[in-house]
Design a protein around this ligand. Structure first.
Ligand SMILES: Cc1cc2nc3c(=O)[nH]c(=O)nc-3n(C[C@H](O)[C@H](O)[C@H](O)COP(=O)(O)OP(=O)(O)OC[C@H]3O[C@@H](n4cnc5c(N)ncnc54)[C@H](O)[C@@H]3O)c2cc1C
Length: 449
């Protein structure tokens, strides 16, 4: 039987590899770097094991829970602190986010917690949504256009943009409305965006919109690696693929590891499944833009006034930041307040993680943390600081001639990525039905429709 070559050992690659081996494929994973997991990464900082990439998953649709049940680790699912995140508004004040909202879109534009962020004038403009016919904005190409047309610029820029940028690292004008599944459908039924938000929030299953794993999302990578090991799937590390075809890959030859390929490399034959970004030409030839996210994690020493103040008065799970303020961080997660397992592991220390568009110094992160959390954090109270940089490729439309999965086609987030990888493997099916997966249309799109 010919091999099935999975390119990339991020979460998409690991899921698709596991599902294909269970279907009877002889699977081999090719991974460019020395570790697996991609954007899921555990880093131990000051002795505390922490997620340095994704730290949670969306609970919508129950797809991730169902998959964790398959893996036998659903009993490790944990909910974050049940308190809203806060927002550092353009006015420089820091306030809790509106209680009932979706990606910052309020369900009651004139509520006091909305007025506190955007001011009364912008809140009144938001009320126009209730008077507009349902179809206004329903055909918007982006989430930004939809919110602007229904509720105005103030609510979009001061409330929705900071929340969306904190989650997706993109302005709502750069994201399709599908990032909020069901929103347009309910807008047309309710004739109001605010009521659509209310409907989506009340229809959502009880509990938080996100969940994590006790011990961190690294547990998911460990579990999948153990499964692949059990099923005898080799993962070759340090193997960078330069070129993909449906039935073979060409490896990169880059002895200086400087990114310049020096010759056409070895060819490996097999059924190719791509789970790494940038290898398949996008339709129209436009490469995805790459966005850098710079994280700085600070550990605050136990027993200090700063640690005590942070433990006693956390600002929810953290703070999102509107543009145009005195803070350069885009968001802060109060990790030890958000996750009980981190609080236990930190043993009296406090952990915060800030994200930036350009690399911050430790001093900048410390000052931003002080401003965002309203607590004095002297440099002497910072026990450890750790920087991590991520370079992420955006979503692209690719030529469907090649089997492909992962963030680049599924969209950002573990819920979308795991679901897509799982469904792609089901569509490919057993080795002798490989051809039934067909070529010429995206097999996952076909099963979904
Ligand atoms: C800081 C941060 C926080 C996040 N937080 C969350 C969150 O809380 N919740 C959530 O749901 N999502 C979150 N995400 C997004 C989520 O982590 C990703 O959507 C998901 O992990 C993407 O998985 P993937 O397998 O598609 O891609 P990746 O994880 O990027 O994996 C791709 C793999 O392919 C390998 N590769 C690349 N090129 C080649 C090549 N040429 N040859 C061989 N191998 C190659 C890479 O080394 C990598 O291992 C976060 C992301 C980041 C960076």
């Amino acid at each position: 039987m010919r091999e099935t070559l999975v390119v990339g050992a991020g979460i998409a690659g690991l899921v698709v590899a596991r599902e294909l081996v269970l279907q009877g494929h002889r699977v081999r994973v090719l991974e460019a770097v020395e570790r697996a997991g991609g954007q899921l990464l555990r880093k131990t900082i000051a002795g505390i094991p922490l997620d340095a990439g994704a730290e949670a998953f969306a609970t919508r649709g129950g797809t991730v829970r169902a998959y964790l049940e398959r893996l036998g680790i659903a009993d490790r699912i944990v909910a974050p602190l049940d308190a809203p995140a806060w927002l550092h508004a353009r006015t420089g004040t820091t306030v809790p986010l509106p209680a009932v909202s979706l990606l910052g879109i309020p369900s009651a534009p004139l509520a006091e917690d909305v007025v506190a962020v955007v001011g009364r004038r912008a809140a009144w403009r938001g009320m126009a949504d209730a008077l507009l016919p349902g179809p206004v904005g329903a055909k918007s190409a982006t989430l930004g256009e939809l919110v602007r047309r229904r509720m105005g610029d103030g609510i979009l820029e001061q409330l929705v943009a900071p929340v969306v940028e904190g989650i997706h690292s993109k302005h709502p004008d750069e994201l399709p409305v599908s990032v909020a599944p069901g929103l347009v459908h309910h807008l047309l039924r309710e004739n109001s965006l605010a009521r659509a938000v209310m409907r989506l929030r009340t229809d959502a299953p009880a509990g938080s919109l996100v969940a994590g794993l006790d011990g961190g999302m690294g547990l998911l990578v460990d579990t999948l690696l153990a499964e692949l090991d059990r099923y005898g799937v080799p993962i070759e590390h340090g193997v960078r693929v330069a070129e993909v075809h449906p039935d073979r890959v060409v490896l990169a030859v880059d002895p200086d590891a400087d990114g310049d390929l020096e010759a056409e490399g070895e060819v490996r034959e097999g059924l190719v499944v791509v789970a790494a970004p940038g290898l398949v030409d996008p339709v129209g030839g436009r490469a995805a833009t790459r966005t850098a996210t710079h994280l700085m994690t600070l550990v605050i020493e136990a027993g200090t006034d700063a640690a005590r103040a942070l433990a006693e008065n956390p600002r929810g799970t953290g703070v999102l930041v509107a543009r145009g303020t005195d803070v350069t961080a885009r968001a802060l997660t109060h990790v030890s307040a958000k996750w009980a397992w981190v609080r236990r592991a930190a043993a009296g220390r406090e952990v915060v993680r800030l994200s930036y568009e350009s690399p911050p110094s430790v001093e900048t992160a410390r000052r931003d943390a002080e401003l965002l959390l309203g607590v004095s954090i002297p440099a002497t109270a910072v026990a450890a600081a750790e920087a991590t940089t991520w370079l992420r490729a955006g979503r692209v439309e690719v030529d469907p001639g090649i089997l492909i999965t992962g963030e680049q086609v599924a969209g950002t987030g573990l819920a979308s990525v795991i679901d897509h990888a799982h469904r792609l493997a089901e569509t490919i099916g057993a080795p002798d039905s490989e051809t039934a997966a067909g070529r010429g249309t995206d097999p996952v799109e076909r099963t979904a429709s």
